[in-house]
Write a protein that binds this ligand. Sequence first.
Ligand code: RIB
Length: 304
Amino acid sequence: MKRKIYVLGSLNNDLVIYVDKLPKPGETIFGKNFMTNVGGKGGNQAVAASMLEENVFMISAVGDDYYSENLVKQLNLKGVNTKYIKALKNQKSGTALIVSSLDDNQIIVDKGANDLVDYKDFFENEKINEQDILIVQYEIPIKIANEGLKIAKSKNMITILNPAPAVKLDDEIYQYVDYLILNQSESEIIFEIYPEKNQDFDKIIEIMKQKTIKNVLITLGSKGALLIENNNKFYQEAFKITPIDTTGAGDAFIGAFAYGISNNLSPQEKLKFANATSALACLKKGAMQAMPKLEEVKKFMKEK
Ligand code: RIB
């Protein structure tokens, strides 16, 4: 039976301005091409997996403001099952202010209704199978995210934690996480290591042994990604591209990695497939709307 992928996480309305160079604190600069998009790390990851033809459900919350209905509608249009998204009265949906330059971006999130996300309805009503996948990030209350992981593990689901925005993690949580997926800055906050060199990854393996952390995947931007699975290191370099907008690239990677788990790909294949999906997501503007289709990823991998 095909696995299902559940995403417990955020939905944001993204307000984006493109700039040549990110502003310094206190500086006012001109930007261009203002856009309003549907986003949120949770929503982006859900859509990424859904575009890869996975069976995806989103567990989230929106408000009752002007943008809320459209957030749910856009996810539906991308094939995500939205029955566990609550529409909350007198609340505003999550909003992200994004300043995007060619090589980086700055994001400020007002969580809005994401602060009231709850998993109760989902765990009470959904027929979950063992080895279905739960993906969680930290744009919702950390307590809810962590409890979600714990319940998922008690049901023998495969769990992915993307601790973004990053905070210091309580060691207790690792027993409920099968894959911890983070970027270099998040690794610096969580492991106090900004990983670049081989020795840095070896230090992370030592921490993993001490704290009994199962599998760690670190995305390295234009350098690719490194997976530490069952104490073995797997490195995959990034595809060479000229990015147009990197917003949501990490989310594309995570949705695609979940596809890899769901389709029983090998560690190296999972990394390559996720790298390809993430590269393609950088070739279009926006986050959710830039997620590629399965056939596009396959074609890209064949041609490269
Ligand atoms: O990871 C990109 C996402 O971060 C954006 O879509 C924005 O909503 C913020 O949550």
